[in-house]
Design a protein around this ligand. Structure first.
Ligand code: DGI
Ligand code: FE
Ligand code: FE
Length: 195
């Protein structure tokens, strides 16, 4: 079983109650699924099972905050103003970590970084970052073209699963003709050969 006592001074049940105040049932279930998937990946890839479980559980904590709230935090906490040109899809991870530190009192930087990077990744990802990035994509509730292949890759090669995910996310965003956050491109460029 997981043990979160190094990172929170209240129980996991209490954490779920705090999360429930800000997330609907479907989103909470997704977070629980990512927790379990992250634990499995951590066991498989020799990661930190407790950090993986907790980061997976809380990764979307800020997903249902209003745009107004995010914009306020971006300005008041001096986040990169470029963020204001994007939306919840980008904010809930990068800025979401602020809400997690502030409201859930989780201050472990490895966990917070995994949350910050869970949507757009980063050029240099830790094993924990990769586990949360991939767990979010393949948790059992996910159903989209390519998820079976992503799950298969995650079973055998975590880096290959990260690469598959970033490539397919970019293809999806381009197909929808929405703006690509520069951080997403930096992640992609770091994962493919540079010529
Ligand atoms: O929060 P989840 O839905 O569980 O998953 P997520 O945090 O991976 O967010 C996925 C969404 O973020 C998906 O709709 C694609 C979007 N996204 C990822 N990278 C970018 C992006 N959206 C924009 N506009 N730009 C990006 O670079
Ligand atoms: Fe997310
Ligand atoms: Fe998620």
């Amino acid at each position: 079983m997981v043990d979160y006592t190094n990172f929170i001074d209240y129980s996991r049940a209490e954490l779920l109650n705090k999360m429930r105040q800000h997330l609907n049932e479907a989103r909470l279930q997704h977070c629980l699924n990512v927790e379990q998937t992250a634990i499995k990946l951590a066991q498989q890839y020799n990661g930190d099972v407790n950090r993986a479980g907790l980061a997976g559980l809380i990764h979307d904590y800020a997903k249902q905050r209003s745009d107004t709230e995010f914009k306020q935090v971006i300005v008041q906490q001096h986040f990169d103003p470029v963020l204001l040109q994007y939306n919840n899809a980008i904010w809930h991870g990068i800025v979401g970590a602020y809400f997690i530190a502030n409201e859930l009192h989780i201050h472990d930087e490895q966990i917070l970084n995994a949350v910050r990077r869970h949507t757009v990744g980063a050029p240099q990802m830790t094993t924990l970052d990769k586990i949360i990035f991939v767990a979010d994509y393949i948790e059992p509730g996910r159903d989209f073209p390519g998820v079976a292949q992503a799950r298969q890759l995650a079973n055998t090669d975590l880096d290959a699963a990260v690469r598959f995910e970033i490539c397919h996310t970019l293809e999806y965003l381009i197909q929808k003709q929405v703006a690509i956050y520069p951080g997403t491109l930096l992640t992609y460029n770091a994962l493919v050969p540079n010529h």
